[in-house]
Design a protein around this ligand. Structure first.
Ligand SMILES: Nc1ncnc2c1ncn2[C@@H]1O[C@H](COP(=O)(O)OP(=O)(O)OP(=O)(O)O)[C@@H](O)[C@H]1O
Length: 550
C-alpha cells in the first residue's frame, strides 16, 4: 500500500521498524530530561490524540492554532494533527502582542490549543474568536472546553489514524518571523513538507539513527520523519542569544548529540563559550549570515571530520542553497571586500534565478526578467519546497509569487525571496541583503546591506554594523550605524574616523556619508536573534542630530 503524502506517514513505519528507539527527550521543568518518548509511544499516543480530536470535530482541513512549548505534548499534538489531516497554525510567541493578535485572527482558526497561559491570554486579549473548540494542555479545563489528556483518553484504543491526505492538501500555516513587517502566514501543503525532508536529508547526508539537538523547535518536527532522536534543548527557544552554553553542553555530552541546528546567535554563544563538541558531526545554522569568526571558532571546536553547514532559505522556501563552513572561510576575503555572503550552490531540485529589482508585483514569468550573469538582482526559486501562497494575504502573495508557464504547457509558482543576490562563475549564489533594506542613493547607486557591512565588520573594535538609508528611496542618505564590542576601549570618534577611512577603500562604500555609534546592542529579530532590525535603526539614525561626526 502506498503511504499518503503526509509528514506523519513515516511515523508508523519507523515505529514498526524501531519501536524502542527514543524519538525525543525533553528537559522538563528542572532540566533533568526525565521524559522520553519512543517511536512506538509517539506513534500510538498521537493516534489516540488524533482519534480524540476527530471526536471533537477537529479533522481533515480544520485549522487549529497551537500555542504549546516544546514539550512531549507539543510533538504528540503536532503529529496527531498531521495524522488527522488538520492544519496546525504556528506563530512565534515572541512577536509584538498586536501583531500576534492580528496573525491569530487572520488565520481564522476553528480550534485553539494552548498551555494555560495562552488560554488566559486568549480570553483576556480576545485572540482567535473564531475558534469554537478550545483545548488546554493544562491539568484542568480552565478557559477551555477540555484538556489534551482527556482528548487522548477519549481516543485511546481507536487504532492507527492517518488521513488520506493529498500532496495538495494544506498541512500547516507557519508564520514568518516578521523581521521586515507584519508576519505572514505561509501555507504549507503536505508535498512541501515531504519535499523539504527529502531535500534536507539529501543535502546534508542525514541517515536514520542520529541524535539531533534542534534549538529551533519546529525543526524538531522533521526529526521523526528522518528517523532521528531529538534532544530538546533546555533553553528559551525564543531567546537563542541568551541560552546557557553549560546546559547545552551538558545535554550534548550526556546524550551523545551528533547534529545540531541553531541560529547564528546560538553559534555565537557556543563559539564564545569555547568548549569542544567532540560528538557532533554536523552543525547547521540559518536565519542570517554567520559571522566568519564564529564559523572559524566553531570549526575549531568540532571534530576534524565534522561539517558546519549554513543553509539559505526562508519560511516560504527551505532549503534553497547550502555551503559548508570551510568553503565559506575561503571566500571570507571576498565577503570583506564587498561581494556579499556566499550561500553556496542551489540544492538539487531548485531552479534559482536572479531577476531585476522591482518592488511591484510580477504576475507572469518571462525569461527577460532575468539580469545578466553576475549582476545583482532579486533571488527567485522554483522547486518542490517553494510554497505558493500566503494565507488570507492576497496583496503579499501577489508581491512574492510569479506564475510560470513551462514549455509543456504546465504552470508552476516562482517564489520571490525578497532578498538580493548574484551568481558567480562557479554557480555559487551570493546573498547581498533584503530587498526592502537596500539603500537607493540615486539612479546610479544602490547599496546592499550585505555588501557593505562585512567591509566594516573587519574593524577590531566593532561588533556589528548596519547600513541604513535616511530619506525617500532614490534620494537616500546612506548611514553606517555601528555597535562596539563589549568592553571596547576605543574612542567612538576615533572608530568613526577609522570606519570612514575603510569606506574610502571601495567604490561602493565611499558613498556612505555618516557613521553613527549606536550606544546599545542592535535590535534583532525575535526568532533567531540574528537579523538586524535595520528599519528600527533607520528611524533611530534619522532622529540623530545631523552634523555630528559620530
Ligand atoms: N544562510 C543564510 N544567510 C543569510 N541570510 C539568511 C540565511 N538563511 C536565511 N537568511 C535570511 O532569512 C530570511 C528568512 O527569514 P524568515 O523566514 O525567518 O522570516 P523573515 O523573512 O525574517 O520574516 P518576514 O518576511 O516576515 O520579514 C531570508 O530571506 C534571508 O534574508
Amino acid at each position: 500500500m502506498t503511504e499518503p503524502c503526509n509528514i506523519a506517514a513515516a511515523l508508523p513505519r519507523l515505529a514498526r521498524q524501531h519501536p524502542d528507539q527514543v524519538a525525543m527527550r525533553c528537559p522538563g521543568a528542572r532540566g533533568r530530561y526525565e521524559a522520553a518518548l519512543t517511536y512506538a509511544q509517539l506513534d500510538a499516543r498521537s493516534d489516540a490524540i488524533a482519534a480524540g480530536l476527530a471526536g471533537r470535530g477537529i479533522r481533515r482541513g480544520t485549522r487549529a492554532v497551537v500555542m504549546v512549548r516544546p514539550t512531549p505534548e507539543f510533538f504528540l499534538l503536532m503529529f496527531a494533527l498531521f495524522k488527522a489531516g488538520a492544519v496546525p497554525v504556528l506563530v512565534d510567541p515572541g512577536i509584538d502582542k498586536r501583531a500576534l493578535k492580528q496573525c491569530l485572527d487572520e488565520a481564522r482558526p476553528e480550534a485553539f490549543i494552548g498551555i494555560p497561559l495562552a488560554m488566559l491570554a486568549k480570553a483576556l486579549l480576545g485572540w482567535a474568536k473564531s475558534a469554537s473548540v478550545r483545548i488546554t494542555t493544562g491539568r484542568w479545563p480552565l478557559l477551555a472546553d477540555t484538556t489534551l489528556a482527556r482528548i487522548e483518553a477519549e481516543g485511546a484504543g481507536a487504532g492507527p489514524q492517518l488521513a488520506a491526505t493529498d500532496g495538495e492538501d494544506v498541512a500547516a500555516i507557519l508564520f514568518t518571523s516578521g523581521s521586515t513587517g507584519v508576519p505572514k502566514g505561509v501555507v504549507y501543503r503536505h508535498r512541501h513538507f515531504v519535499a523539504q525532508i527529502a531535500m534536507l536529508g539529501e543535502a546534508f547526508g542525514i541517515g536514520t539513527g542520529g541524535i539531533d539537538f534542534p534549538t529551533f523547535p519546529p525543526f524538531a518536527l522533521f526529526d521523526p520523519a528522518l528517523g532521528l532522536t531529538s534532544i530538546i534543548p533546555d533553553m528559551d527557544p525564543t531567546r537563542p542569544a541568551k541560552a546557557d552554553p553549560r546546559k547545552l553542553h551538558a545535554a550534548i555530552e550526556r546524550f551523545g548529540v551528533t547534529q545540531l541546528f541553531g541560529s547564528p546567535a546560538l553559534m555565537g554563544v557556543l563559539a564564545a563559550h569555547g568548549e569542544k563538541l567532540p560528538t557532533v558531526k554536523r552543525v547547521t545554522s540559518a536565519g542570517a549570515p554567520v559571522p566568519p569568526d564564529v564559523v572559524r571558532r566553531m570549526l575549531e571546536l568540532l571534530p576534524a571530520d565534522a561539517q558546519l553547514w549554513t543553509p539559505y532559505g526562508a519560511t516560504e522556501c527551505l532549503p534553497v542553497a547550502v555551503i559548508e563552513g570551510r568553503e565559506l572561510l575561503i571566500l571570507r576575503a571576498r565577503t570583506e571586500a564587498g561581494a556579499g555572503t556566499c550561500v553556496g550552490r542551489p540544492v538539487a531540485g531548485n531552479a534559482v534565478r536572479i531577476i531585476g529589482i522591482d518592488d511591484g508585483a510580477i504576475p507572469d514569468w518571462n525569461d527577460a526578467l532575468q539580469v545578466a550573469p553576475g549582476q545583482v538582482g532579486e533571488i527567485t526559486v522554483a522547486g518542490p519546497s517553494a510554497t505558493d501562497t500566503y494565507f488570507n494575504r492576497d496583496a503579499q502573495t501577489a508581491l512574492a509569487k510569479i506564475r510560470e508557464t513551462l514549455p509543456d504547457g504546465s504552470t508552476r509558482i516562482v517564489h520571490r525571496m525578497g532578498d538580493l543576490g548574484w551568481f558567480d562563475g562557479e554557480g555559487r549564489l551570493w546573498f547581498c541583503g533584503r530587498k526592502s533594506q537596500r539603500v537607493v542613493v540615486d539612479a546610479q547607486a544602490t547599496l546592499c546591506t550585505e555588501q557593505v557591512e562585512p567591509v566594516f565588520n573587519t574593524h577590531p573594535q566593532v561588533l556589528r554594523t548596519a547600513l541604513v538609508g535616511i530619506g525617500a528611496k532614490g534620494a537616500q542618505t546612506p548611514v553606517l550605524v555601528f555597535e562596539l564590542r563589549p568592553g571596547a576601549q576605543a574612542e567612538v570618534a576615533e572608530v568613526a574616523d577609522e570606519l570612514r577611512h575603510i569606506a574610502e577603500g571601495f567604490v561602493h562604500t565611499a558613498r556612505i556619508e555618516r557613521f553613527l555609534h549606536h550606544p546599545k546592542p542592535f535590535p534583532v529579530d525575535i526568532r533567531h536573534n540574528a537579523k538586524i532590525g535595520r528599519e528600527k535603526l533607520a528611524a533611530w539614525a534619522a532622529a540623530q542630530p545631523a552634523g555630528g561626526r559620530a
